[in-house]
Design a protein around this ligand. Structure first.
Ligand code: 2RA
Length: 409
């Protein structure tokens, strides 16, 4: 392996701290959430169950090769979820290495599938020894190291931050939509959670009805702001319920408990926030839409823990047909159609949390756009489809489409 850049790079604390805009960095599991999740029935891992998915990660796995895999930031919430997704996945891991900061170096992470793994202090050279490396750290860290890890026949880097999402030559990937564009690329960007969750429903509807306009309103969970966001919500809720004090708000602009905050990330010159513009920019890029395709989003933070909800209204070129809309959503990989209003069945954060599939329901013809409009409601786990699961599916896609074999055989 060619030596690139600084041999030993200690993480700066700032590079690991999650912010509103870099929600994937350095999260740790929320005990309450995990307790809730472990009490639920098994999730529905798309790649293990969906045989109708042409790019289903388990449908055409390349059995002849296996790959050395690394996770940077594996002791955070997204990193942990990446490890768990890899444990359930058919992706052929020859060995799993976990890289962390000086603080986590030497800790032992237990894995049912991969055994006991000692956390190594990250450096670029060690990272380049991996075939595939997942970055579950901040955008600053990714900007500093991702290219050094991947350039000149280095590792395939799958980056969860926003550092490279808008670079023309770097694929931004939801595998079920544009997985093929991973071919030949050693640096892949994982989309923002809000975008990835919404597109799971929008893409099948676009193929069936050809979308003309998209209007989205989101109800986003505290996990989007990382573990500190989840902690601020749970601690603040306790404060609110048990004292006369105002809950603290270091992470969010205002206390989140019993509130909704119509701001996620910084305001832009056009009055939208960066989070809202991410939905516009990323959806166009992933779906190959025109650069001026109309997509408008209003992003709102609400006091839920880790599943984002989205109301989506679309104008379509073709006329709405309920039977067809239900069929394409029902058959879409990674989507669960939860839409039986008479039985009070619809998507909710409560049911979407911990699920690999994005729930879609409340499907109806739009009163605004009439026959050429569809309205629906989506819920998806912010840490899974919104981050870790999508990243692991990218690796699986690259195994299935031959991209990895081409690079490493
Ligand atoms: C949020 N979508 O929910 C963002 C995280 N990137 O804050």
């Amino acid at each position: 392996m060619k030596f690139i850049g600084s041999a030993l790079v200690a993480f700066s604390l700032a590079a690991l701290l999650p912010t509103e805009s870099e929600a994937f960095a350095g999260l740790a599991h929320n005990r309450q959430t995990k307790a809730f999740l472990s009490s639920r029935t098994t999730t529905s891992p798309s790649f293990l169950q969906r045989s109708n998915n042409p790019s289903s990660p388990s449908s055409s796995t390349n059995l002849s090769m296996s790959y050395s895999v690394g996770i940077v930031g594996a002791t955070g919430a997204v990193g942990k979820e990446i490890q768990q997704c890899l444990e359930k996945s058919s992706f052929p891991v020859s060995n799993l290495r976990i890289f962390g900061s000086e603080r986590s170096k030497g800790k032992v992470v237990e894995s049912d599938k991969f055994g006991s793994i000692t956390v190594e202090l990250f450096d670029v050279e060690k990272g380049r020894e991996c075939n595939v490396i997942f970055l579950a750290v901040s955008g600053d860290f990714a900007s500093e190291h991702a290219k050094a890890l991947s350039d000149n026949d280095g590792a395939v880097v799958i980056d969860n931050s926003s550092a490279f999402r808008y670079e023309k030559d770097i694929p931004l990937v939801v595998p079920e939509i544009n997985g093929q564009c991973t071919k030949g690329s050693r640096l892949i960007a994982n989309p923002n959670c809000t975008t990835a969750i919404g597109l799971m429903a929008l893409w099948p509807l676009h193929k069936a009805f050809k979308l003309k306009k998209i209007i989205m309103s989101t109800y986003q969970a505290a996990s989007g702001a990382g573990q500190p966001g989840m902690d601020e919500l749970t601690e603040g809720t306790k404060t609110y319920l048990t004292t006369d004090e105002q809950p603290k708000n270091d992470i969010f602009a205002y206390p989140l408990p019993f509130n909704v905050i119509p701001q996620i990330d910084k305001f832009q010159d056009n009055g939208y926030t960066k989070e809202e513009m991410k939905v516009t920019w990323e959806s166009r890029k992933i779906c190959g839409l025109d650069e001026d395709f109309p997509i408008s989003c209003t992003a709102v933070r609400i006091p839920t823990i880790r599943a984002h909800s989205e109301v989506i209204v679309v104008e379509t070129e073709k006329e709405f047909d309920m039977e067809l809309a239900r069929k394409v959503l029902d058959e879409a990989p990674g989507v669960s159609l939860v839409d039986e209003p008479s039985e009070l069945k619809y998507p909710m954060p409560l049911t979407a949390t911990g699920s690999y599939d994005v729930e879609v329901g409340r499907l109806r013809e739009s009163l605004v756009f009439g026959k050429n409009g569809i309205e629906f409601f989506v819920c998806g786990d912010q840490l899974l489809r919104g981050a870790a699961l999508n990243a692991v599916l990218v690796a699986e896609e690259m195994n299935n489409n031959g991209a990895l074999a081409e690079m490493f055989s």
